[in-house]
Design a protein around this ligand. Structure first.
Ligand code: HEC
Ligand code: HEC
Length: 417
């Protein structure tokens, strides 16, 4: 709910300075209401980026603290650079929604224009374009000019709403859905992205005790589900998007000037900082859904949207946030990768994710969305549905075949998610 603030001085002073605590006390009552016909509008109706219902005052304070850090613009004295893309998380996840900031990726592709080539060596500094220069850096990482074999793609910062619920979903639940899809005969067959933990261990092990190199984790975050946990994503984003090192990602990424540090010697931010942002991310509510109709539910299933956008997934009984444990989380994703066809393919691979594979986008807070799909290519919901290809073909055919009344009812339902 905050705007970006521009003060490096605020770091460590105004903020509460509290350690992100591991859990809220709450019971196991569901925080989400599957709003149905006649739902009474509550306080969350028109708000995105607010904490889950039922948390205590201290939690709200810590949530706001994390929100503040999320929107804090970092500068050279904070360790920005040597290269960066933007200077605050919130620049790419404004009010928890998509964009407006974005990341551009590049990949060497084959003659079809989208299959990643085996040899990516001409991209000596990786796949991410980083144009921001700080701390004496002179040379950005940009795309080789006039090279038709290098495909440039765009990723808007996806919404971060409700991601705690996605972290809380039980592994067994994701594997169950994957197995169910395997048995389908209509072409819908998502798969898990198994990933390797890329960060050093977080000293706060109240959520996870993973350490660098732990393999075979279920990827959940990122448009190709390449990261398993939210704290890992915070550290990854600081390092990759902002050139900010943390104890979890202590080393600056390789850059053309060969710089290994910035204006702030050593590790830029303490682990506490990472955990305070993770505290916030884990507790962002799924905006309450109003006006969902039984007819919409039925059409969503009949058009097979629900095969991938699974309406609810069961969370772990031992997820450290009691309010989010052992519930049916209404996340509208299976967190699996699906082949979405050549039109959406971005040339990028990531673990088990190929060029045209994307994690099912969670349908959360869509009424706050201004753009849709990983690259924000459309601004209209119907166009977003029509942009589905690949495995979703059967679903698209069903969508196209709807009567105009059913079409409108389904679109209204999705819009309300
Ligand atoms: C320059 C824009 C940019 C900045 C700055 C940025 N992000 Fe992101 N964020 C993205 C993009 C693009 C993705 C998708 C990345 C991918 O698929 O690998 C993403 C993905 C995420 C996700 C996963 C969301 C999902 O649906 O899986 C989280 C969580 C996240 N970012 C948090 C952060 C945090 C925390 C910060 C600050 C430390 C941050 N981001 C800074 C652009 C940005
Ligand atoms: C085969 C799996 C699959 C099926 C079936 C499917 N989707 Fe999707 N959907 C996806 C994936 C994957 C994405 C993300 C694509 C991207 O970001 O480029 C997505 C994205 C979306 C988005 C954009 C969300 C956003 O945040 O930008 C909407 C809206 C959507 N789907 C609605 C639907 C509807 C409605 C149906 C049924 C008519 C449907 N989908 C069927 C997999 C599926």
């Amino acid at each position: 709910m905050r705007d970006i603030i521009t003060s490096a001085a605020i770091l460590g002073s105004v903020l509460l300075g509290a350690t992100a605590c591991s859990s809220t006390s709450g019971g196991s009552a569901s925080t989400m209401e599957e709003a149905g016909v006649g739902d009474v509008p509550g306080s969350l109706v028109n708000a995105a980026d607010v904490p889950i219902d039922g948390v205590d005052k201290d939690t709200v304070h810590l949530f706001d603290d994390g929100d503040l850090l999320f929107n804090l613009q970092l500068r050279e004295p904070d360790g920005l650079g040597p290269l960066f893309v933007r200077t605050a998380c919130g620049a790419c996840h404004k009010e928890g929604s998509r964009g407006p900031g974005l990341v551009q990726k590049m990949s060497v592709v084959g003659s079809d224009g989208f299959t990643a080539a085996a040899d990516q060596s001409k991209l000596a500094f990786g796949h991410t374009i980083r144009l921001g220069l700080a701390a004496g850096a002179k040379t950005p990482i940009s795309a080789p000019s006039g090279d038709a074999t290098v495909k440039i793609s765009t990723r808007l910062g996806p919404p971060v709403l409700g991601r705690g619920f996605m972290e809380a979903v039980a592994d067994s639940e994701i594997l169950r859905v994957e197995a169910e899809q395997k048995a389908r005969t209509d072409g819908i067959h998502g798969h898990v992205n198994r990933v390797v933990y890329g960060s050093e261990a977080n000293v706060d092990t109240s959520f996870f005790a993973y350490k660098k190199g732990d393999a075979n984790l279920i990827g959940r975050f990122g448009v190709k589900a390449r990261v398993a946990t939210l704290d890992d994503f915070v550290a990854d984003a600081y390092q990759g998007d902002m050139g900010i090192t943390t104890p979890m990602r202590p080393v600056e990424l390789p850059n053309p000037d060969g710089l290994t540090d910035d204006k702030k010697p050593g590790i830029d931010l303490e682990i506490d900082h990472v955990n305070r942002i993770a505290f916030y991310l884990r507790r962002i509510a799924i905006p309450r859904r109003v006006g969902l109709t039984d007819r919409g539910v039925a059409l969503f299933a009949a058009a097979k949207c629900s095969a991938c956008h699974v309406p609810t997934m069961k969370t772990r009984a031992d997820y450290p946030i009691g309010l989010m444990a052992n519930i049916d989380a209404p996340i509208y994703t299976d967190m699996l990768l699906h082949d979405m066809g050549p039109e959406l393919a971005d040339g990028m691979t990531d673990g088990a994710a190929g060029s045209s594979d994307f994690r099912t986008a969670p349908l959360i807070g869509l009424r706050f969305a201004k753009t849709y799909m990983h690259d924000g290519r459309v601004t209209d919901l119907v166009e977003a549905i029509l942009a589905h290809g690949g495995e979703a073909k059967v679903s698209l055919d069903a969508f196209r075949a709807l009567s105009s009344a059913d079409h409108d009812a389904l679109v209204a339902f999705v819009q309300a998610l």
